[in-house]
Design a protein around this ligand. Structure first.
Ligand code: GTP
Ligand code: IMP
Ligand code: MG
Length: 336
């Protein structure tokens, strides 16, 4: 069975937290990373430690999972090898031999571009220029990088064979719906599509393989970099609400806004979401921080969850009330 987890807003919805929680709970045999590449920063807080992951699947904390990087994902060997070493996950990591490779030159082109780094506000991690070279058919692939040799695999084949044997697979997207080059706020977007269909294609699975599509929404969405944000609030309001955040990769302050129901509906449709994971409910009512059962939520918090379900028409099955694993309400048993 395949569970796809993707972002429903402008990234940083808390996919890292949600994926790691679900992996500890559901114990999938494989966690495969989809999405653009090392422009992502997923935060995982577990057993008192905080990890900022750029390429490693957030499910790494479940020790038995095999960790895969799909062919669609761009790999920066320096970032990848550093994460493999610091997390001690060499034995269970597999990188598709067809992954595109980010080299120093791509980072220079990204950071030095008045358009990408300047106007769009890219992360400067080389993803945009590397995807340009991929479209140009001149980008190096992982199979050509000696330092990656011991990790190379065929992710698509591994996953399809595992599914034939009835194993569990998680597909973890990065960025979010509003950053899709097809459906987002073009041109203020990342360099590829970020929806569930592309996440599946990134790891070499076809659309009929998806069992569940979990779309992650943040109670107060955020955006880093430039571009439209119809429900944006001013900085003072974000400070008053105590919801100011800084980027994991770039350290930039994230812009904050109110929940956008219209965007959520479009995002649900294009991703064919079957469930919603709602994060940062403690932003709506700080008194809910750390609550792990629905009954203990305040009336205000419950009303917000119910409004989303009524207006977006997909069940909210996972609710996050804080960054760490225990700060989660899991309603899948009741709602599915
Ligand atoms: P991208 O792949 O870059 O889109 O990131 P992401 O979706 O994995 O999210 P990221 O970790 O960048 O940002 C989410 C932030 O919110 C992190 O600092 C998390 O630790 C934090 N977080 C996640 N869930 C909750 C929650 O329920 N409440 C609070 N207060 N913080 C949360
Ligand atoms: P790029 O993907 O680095 O080219 O950046 C393009 C746009 O996407 C910029 O607005 C970035 O801030 C945004 N972006 C890319 N990756 C992420 C992410 O993981 N979280 C949030 N924003 C992102
Ligand atoms: Mg992030």
């Amino acid at each position: 069975m395949v569970t796809v987890i993707v972002g429903g807003q402008w990234g940083d919805e808390g996919k890292g937290k949600v994926v790691s929680y679900l992996c500890l709970k559901d114990r999938p045999d494989f966690v495969a990373r989809a999405g653009t590449g090392p422009n992502a920063g997923h935060t995982v807080e577990y057993e008192g430690k905080k990890y900022g992951l750029r390429l490693t699947p957030s499910g790494f904390i479940y020790q038995k999972a095999r960790l895969l990087i799909g062919a669609g994902v761009l790999v920066d060997p320096n970032v990848m090898l550093r994460e493999i070493e610091s997390l001690g996950i060499g034995k269970r990591t597999g990188i598709d031999e067809r992954c595109g490779i980010i080299e120093a030159e791509h980072i220079e082109r990204d950071k030095g571009s008045a358009f990408l780094a300047g106007k769009i506000g890219s992360t400067g991690t080389g993803c945009g220029p590397a995807n340009m070279d991929r479209a140009n058919r001149s980008l190096k692939q992982a199979r050509e990088v000696a330092d990656l040799r011991s990790y190379l695999t065929d992710v698509s084949r591994e996953l399809n064979e595992a599914l034939d044997m009835g194993k569990g697979v998680f597909v973890e997207g990065s960025q979010g719906f509003g950053l899709s080059v097809l459906y987002g706020t073009y041109p203020y977007v990342t360099s590829k599509d970020t929806t569930a269909s592309t996440a599946l294609a990134d790891v070499g699975l076809g659309p009929k393989k998806a069992g569940e599509v979990i779309l992650v929404f943040k109670s107060f969405p955020s955006r880093v970099g430039s571009g439209p944000f119809p429900t944006e609030m001013d900085q003072e309001e974000a400070e008053r609400l105590g919801i100011v955040e800084y980027g994991t990769v770039t350290g930039r302050r994230r812009r904050s806004g109110h929940f956008d129901f219209e965007m959520a509906r479009t995002s649900v449709a294009i991703n064919s979401a079957t469930q919603i994971a709602l994060t940062c409910l403690d932003y709506v009512d700080p008194g809910c921080r750390g609550v792990s059962s629905y009954d203990k939520l305040s009336q205000k918090a419950k009303a917000f969850v119910e409004e989303i379900e009524a207006r977006v028409r997909v069940p909210v099955t996972i609710i996050s009330t804080g960054p760490s694993m225990e700060e989660t309400i899991d309603l899948r048993g009741e709602k599915l």
